[in-house]
Design a protein. Structure first.
Length: 197
């Protein structure tokens, strides 16, 4: 557990609470669709949800379920990329502020069953991306790909086989939960809209 210890902010404290819960969060699932969803399906009415709450559910279970739900959400996109990509060598590179959450990055590796590479200075990847966009528009770069020298890998997170075996089964349930609730999300949106009219 010390591997995940970080201090200094509230997100670090949430992570430290989450690591005390077991893989699978005691059977608790979280759908991460707080603003609808655009990929791999387009549904503006999709919503976030906790499913599987029991009297034994703790704060740590809920925090870990959020991290696992986010990872399952990425896994649905990864499935589409694998199915539609011409390349058989798809690297998963963690960047942005979320990459600083070690539990999230490790959970993503465990869910996908592949190594997840964390970029150096991951929190500033957006700045580098904007530079490439501007550079392409100005004719400085030939493509939108980040220059190789800016893709320095700081750490590699390898999947845990036991955790991956669990997540393979749980991922099937995760995808079915959204499908089961899709019509209800739409109904809730309609009820809210009618209330405002």
């Amino acid at each position: 557990l010390d591997t995940f210890k970080v201090t200094g902010n509230k997100y670090a404290q949430l992570q430290e609470t989450a690591i005390t819960a077991p893989v699978g969060s005691g059977g608790l699932f979280y759908l991460p669709y707080l603003q609808g969803e655009r990929m791999p399906f387009n549904d503006p009415f999709a919503r976030g949800a906790f499913i599987g709450l029991t009297r034994d559910t703790s704060q740590s279970h809920m925090f870990r379920a959020v991290i696992e739900g986010i990872s399952y959400g990425f896994a649905t996109i990864y499935e589409v990329l694998k199915a539609t990509s011409e390349s058989t060598d798809i690297r998963v590179v963690a960047s942005g502020g979320g990459a600083e959450n070690r539990l999230l990055t490790q959970t993503l590796a465990d869910v996908l069953g592949v190594p997840v590479l964390k970029m150096a200075d991951a929190a500033n990847t957006g700045v580098r991306g904007n530079l490439v966009l501007a550079g392409k528009a100005l004719g400085w770069f030939d493509s939108y790909a980040l220059p190789e020298e800016s893709m320095q890998i700081e750490e590699t997170f390898l999947p845990d086989e036991e955790a991956h075996a669990y997540h393979q089964k749980a991922f099937v349930a995760f995808k079915r939960l959204y499908a089961a609730l899709k019509d209800e999300f739409c109904m809730i949106a309609n009820i809210e809209r009618e209330k405002g009219e």
